[in-house]
Design a protein around this ligand. Structure first.
Ligand code: NAD
Ligand code: UDP
Length: 312
């Protein structure tokens, strides 16, 4: 029987490359489409000799074609770290809007299932805590983070429009802060920043007072949630993340403990519109996907720390 074919946009990035691995392991044919704007070809180098893997270097904000049948499209292309989307604001808006439109057009043409990588950022700086899928969010459209948040919100809207108008089988996942091996060490997100600083003995940069909270999910838990959503009858939007909630100060202490580093803490200004709190309500994921995270932050952080240490 012919293998099912999965197209993964953003497949050379942190999450996308783990998805390429997972679908190859599960016996699919995989096409990764990526322009490498924030990705790294090393993330997929080990797959290049695999006959079931193809790489297409392309900016998905421009139309693209894939030969033959396509069964599933996972749209993960987008700068994802605040540093990246502040550096590439227009590319971020384009990939969330034009890129999502192009990927949905391909799904319609191929009669493929479509999964959108959305984000907890659609909730903005949330006034409802923890965040449930029914919450519409609190986003500043004209602030610097608006380029990412609004692009993802548009992505959700156009995904629903293709579902309603063209009957495309769509799924929307709202991903909460996910970390692990293959993050870019200098991508500016708190996990690689603190690990890098701890390894180098530099001060850990706490933005604001460090009282803001985040909930960190290990990549393998997230990948399992994505696969379950893709293969389920559920269309979402559905939150997938780890409900364990930590202040950034608590997180810094944990990095120091795991690394054994003597780095000090230094306080820097809080970025504009930095959300004060974030924790997923995962009731829906538990109910519809029978999913909940397995990896504790202390365990995932240890593995991630070792991975970075071996590469620095
Ligand atoms: P990443 O930067 O490592 O990966 C994104 C990938 O998309 C990169 O390989 C990049 O080169 C590619 N890309 C960007 N614009 C493109 C374009 N126009 N055409 C083709 N490829 C393009 O980031 P990540 O953390 O792996 O995030 C992947 C997806 O998951 C993103 O859509 C992001 O918004 C979403 N997400 C991630 C998190 C997280 O915590 N990691 C949280 C919420 C949502
Ligand atoms: N942060 C920090 N120091 C850093 C990097 C980030 O204190 O060196 C904070 C940031 O202000 C935010 C949280 O850590 O409150 C998570 O930031 P990240 O960029 O990882 O992701 P976000 O959840 O903001 O998209």
């Amino acid at each position: 029987m012919k293998k099912e074919h999965v197209v993964i946009t953003g497949g050379a990035g942190f999450l996308g490359s783990h998805l390429c691995d997972r679908f190859i392991e599960d016996g699919y044919k995989v096409t990764c489409v990526d322009n490498l704007i924030t990705g790294n070809s090393e993330n997929i180098a080990h797959l290049h000799n695999n006959k079931d893997f193809n790489f297409l270097k392309h900016d998905v904000s421009k139309p693209f074609e894939i030969a033959g049948k396509v069964d599933h499209i996972l749209h993960f292309a987008s700068p994802a770290s605040p540093i990246d989307y502040l550096k590439f604001p227009i590319q971020t808006l384009k990939v969330g809007s034009l890129g999502t439109h192009n990927a949905l057009g391909l799904a319609k043409l191929k009669k493929a299932r479509f999964l959108l990588a959305s984000t907890s950022e659609v909730y903005g700086d949330p006034e409802v805590h923890p965040q449930k899928e029914t919450y519409w969010g609190h986003v500043n459209p004209i602030g610097p983070r608006g380029v990412y948040d609004e692009a993802k919100r548009f992505g959700e809207a156009i995904t629903m429009a293709y579902r309603r108008t063209h009957n495309v089988d769509t799924k929307i996942i709202r991903i909460f802060n996910t970390y692990g091996p293959r993050m870019r060490i200098l991508d500016g997100r708190v996990v690689p920043n603190f690990i890098y600083q701890a390894i180098k003995g530099e001060p850990l940069t706490i933005y604001g007072h460090g009282k803001q909270t985040r909930s960190f999910c290990y990549y393998s838990d997230l990948v399992e949630g994505i696969v379950r959503l893709l293969l389920s009858d559920c269309s979402g939007p559905i939150n997938v993340g780890n409900p364990g909630e930590f202040t950034i100060l608590e997180f810094a202490e944990m990095v120091l403990k795991i690394s054994g580093s003597k780095s000090k803490l230094v306080y820097e200004p809080l970025p504009t519109d930095d959300p004060k709190q974030r924790r997923p309500d995962i009731t829906l994921a538990k109910k519809h996907l029978k999913w909940s995270p397995k990896v504790k932050l202390s365990e995932g952080l240890k593995t991630t720390f070792e991975w970075f240490k071996n590469r620095l």
